[in-house]
Design a protein around this ligand. Sequence first.
Ligand code: PLP
Length: 453
Amino acid sequence: MSGYTTSQLREWDKQHVWHPFTQMQDWEQEEPIVITRGEGSWLIDSEGKRYLDGVASMWTNVHGHCRRELNEALKAQVDRLEHSTLLGLAGEQSIILARRLAEITPAGLDRFFYSDNGSTAMEVAVKMAFQYQVHRGRAERSRFITFRNAYHGDTLGAVSVGGIDIYHSTFRPLLFETIQAPSPYCYRCEMGCSGPESCGMKCLDALEALMIEQGARCAGLVIEPLLQGAGGMIVQPHGFLRRVRDLCDRYGLLMIADEVATGFGRTGRMFACDHEGVVPDIMALSKGIAAGYLPIAATVTTGEVYEAFLGRYAELKTFFHGHTFTGNPLACAVALKSLDLFESDRLLDALQPKILRLQERLAEIACLPHVGDVRQCGMAAGIELVEDKATKRAYPWELKTGVRVCLEARKLGIFSRPLGNTVVVFPPLSITPDELELLLDGLEQAIINVVEE
Ligand SMILES: *Cc1c(COP(=O)(O)O)cnc(C)c1O
């Protein structure tokens, strides 16, 4: 322990720490919870109060906090080597990790480019896709097809391929333009559809029309497979991803799958693409890769993309991109141990009954008068609160309804963070069945307390 009191820590936090995605004027009026310890699915604050981690520490945690085997792997590695660069040197842990990942990523994806977070993994993907086209003599293919409502990170390239106006519109003058396709979101996508299936079809038709018109100028298409996370836990209808893959093939675009949120078991399979047997050309991995312990990311591609970059030095086909902490051995060692735990805990099998239970509880919660929609993809879910259930009219965003529900949940010992008026369920995959009940009971009660009286 630091020896500082909670009030000292709070005061210094307000003096010095600028929190992400946070209106600091509001923050300064609050008494922030100061987290000092973690244990399984729980976070523990400086006063000893326990909170169930309902968002897996920003969607990263897989096996729980302070899992003994992961801690030991980290400690063992730190006594051998804390960091050494991949610029000019190879590293034991990053080699073994790439080999292990190649065994589980979709067939043919076996060339790993490391970086340190989801945004950089996507920057790498976008630059790699464009330069690949250049090397094939298709420099005119400089644009990208993206989806409305998409989120790929907060650096400028990642923001450019994103589609959430409230986060992204301020920065529009700094961004490159993309071709935006509608995403299947049924009653919010303005396609005038009658349900998720017809919505998917209409969106695919619109996507194909864009490709016919502008596909020959596009390097690639960027998609969050199965689930648009930060956009509000929007789930694509079954078969959508497969059809997107087929369209990319037909019109010669590289398919870039952003599995930063969906990767490593979140959807019930190791990767979201596995549900539809889709092999993207480029896939971005981060959040769950090191079980939530350390920042690390990988952009993985095929031999075909990789080989396009080979040539004599003077041909300048080199991929001139890199980050200082690329391939960090501590993060790689934890990531390797995490993959062991997936096997020894039979984590994906253990997940199936929890996913079914989540589905049952969401169906109950969907009956509440101000719940407009519930959406689920494996162990990720969103509960969308609406002012009017019949018309799905949204609460005005200024009311911060989602935030108020999460503050109420906090009183019940649950930490969650909403996406607008959508309450998020995204616990560590290792959550026990009892803890999952606690989490859903607590969120349901918080919704009732805030919007249903
Ligand atoms: C979180 C997220 C990112 C960005 O990752 P950071 O590590 O926060 O930069 C990119 N894509 C998706 C789908 C994400 O959920």
